[in-house]
Design a protein around this ligand. Structure first.
Ligand code: NZQ
Ligand code: ZN
Length: 391
């Protein structure tokens, strides 16, 4: 295991009706003038936004609001949010929604206390200050409710890039699984896929002897394999929703990733797909992961075989471990298809003729120098082959 530091100071309130305490938590974590940030309307339709506002008012706090965050959140609304927060002297940003709303809120939180262009932080500048952020989560997926990460798409060039710091980890996150019962099945499945991707990106490591985090990841993957189909079959299954919601947080606050190198190539390759085609991030990952894994599994056949045996229940073939490794990848592919995720490039709007453009943006966009690194380093030729495998 490698040396590490781990600081994850988010306060979690989990369970039914917890959104009604949002105002108290904002107050507890120092907010007095709140920017309530939300998405395209689901929280308005469900009545959640009104309940959150009532709770803010009850706590004696004032607020301004900004809706309209799109999935794969854009820089344009972030600039608008920063201008509003500065003008109104906002001292706390409250995200009410999914990963896109939370990431946009984090971007506004850092941009409000910065005189330059907030995109600097998505181009490598370290974050030094940010307003506190709180969240009321409505979809189990991105894990942004417990992570120090934010992913934004810059409209000029359509680059989708991430940044990270403990300074933008939410001060508190409210997780009520019942709020996820209104999700369309496709979004529920995309969330399940994203959670499983966050676990795979950490499982694919070059660090030896990391049994504790290996076992945590395997346990969370087994949970997703058990609960995923149950919630697709019955969207109102609160207990399944609850297990998935907490697994989503655990998968990405990095408690499973400490002390080990991690991959993230599937995410990098997918981000170009959701930037260009505006597909759901999880749907893009359903197409990307099997292709990436088949391309790289020979780098460490036994790691893939171990995952296949421990998580997918495959029989170990000691003479031909690559057969076991490939059987595990196939099991993942079948699982994702069964919960309703796409399995090919065309299903997410992908076109073969776009591959050079995708590779260019992936390997050279926003200051990159020709490759992406993770479990294995992939150059532009590798990435082009992987995109072709998705066809
Ligand atoms: O905008 P509204 O109307 O709210 O609709 C949303 C949106 O259309 C809808 N939705 C959310 N909760 C709902 C609901 N509909 C009905 N009932 C509810 N309870 O679902 C759609 C997707 O929402 P979004 O926030 O985009 O989903 P998700 O949480 O999957 O976030 C995806 C974004 O997070 C980024 C992704 O790249 C993508 O941009 N990621 C962020 C990470 C992080 N910050 O740590 C890590 C991830 O790997 C990921 O890259
Ligand atoms: Zn993800």
């Amino acid at each position: 295991m490698e040396n590490f530091t781990f600081y994850s100071p988010t306060f979690f309130a989990f369970g039914k009706d917890t959104e009604n305490e949002a105002g108290d938590y904002v107050k507890r974590f120092g907010g007095s003038k709140v920017l309530i940030h939300y998405g395209g309307g689901s929280v308005v339709r469900s009545g959640l936004l009104d309940r959150v506002k009532a709770s803010i008012e009850k706590a004696g706090l004032s607020y301004v609001e900004l809706g309209g965050v799109k999935p794969n959140p854009r820089s344009g609304l972030v600039y608008e949010g920063i201008a509003l927060a500065k003008k109104e002297n906002v001292d706390f940003v409250l995200a009410v929604g999914g990963g896109s709303v939370i990431d946009s809120s984090k971007a506004i939180a850092m941009g409000t206390l910065y005189d330059g262009d907030f995109w600097d932080f998505y181009s490598g500048k370290p974050i030094e200050r940010a307003l506190p952020v709180g969240t009321v989560l409505t979809i189990a997926a991105a894990g942004s409710e417990g992570s120090g990460d934010s992913v934004i798409t810059k409209e000029e060039g359509m680059f989708k890039r991430g940044t990270g710091s403990d300074l933008i980890r939410p001060k508190f996150s409210i997780l009520n699984p019942a709020l996820t019962q209104t999700l369309p099945p496709y979004q529920t499945a995309a969330g399940i896929t994203d959670i499983m991707a966050h676990l795979h990106e950490r499982y694919l490591t070059n660090t030896k002897e990391v049994e504790v985090t290996d076992r945590m990841i395997e346990g969370l993957l087994l949970t997703m394999i058990h609960e995923g189909p149950r919630v697709i079959e019955d969207p109102n299954n609160y207990e399944a929703r609850a297990n998935i919601m907490w697994a989503g947080m655990m998968a990405h606050n990095n408690s499973c990733g400490v002390g080990r190198s991690q991959d993230w190539n599937s995410h990098e390759i997918e981000h170009e797909l959701s930037a260009l085609y505006d597909c759901a991030h999880g749907a893009g990952l359903a197409v990307t992961m099997p292709a990436v894994f088949r391309y790289v599994y020979q780098h460490d056949v036994m790691r893939f075989a171990k995952l296949a045996v421990r998580v997918w229940g495959c029989q170990m073939d000691y003479d031909h471990p690559e057969v076991t490794a490939l059987a595990g990848i196939r099991s993942l592919e079948i699982f994702l298809k069964d919960i309703g995720m796409p399995g090919s490039f065309a299903e997410i709007g992908g076109k073969e003729e776009d591959i050079p453009k995708l590779v260019e943006a992936l390997c050279y966009g926003n200051g990159r120098t020709g490759s992406i690194s993770g479990f294995v380093t992939l150059n532009e030729e590798d990435c082009a082959k992987i995109y072709r495998m998705m066809i």
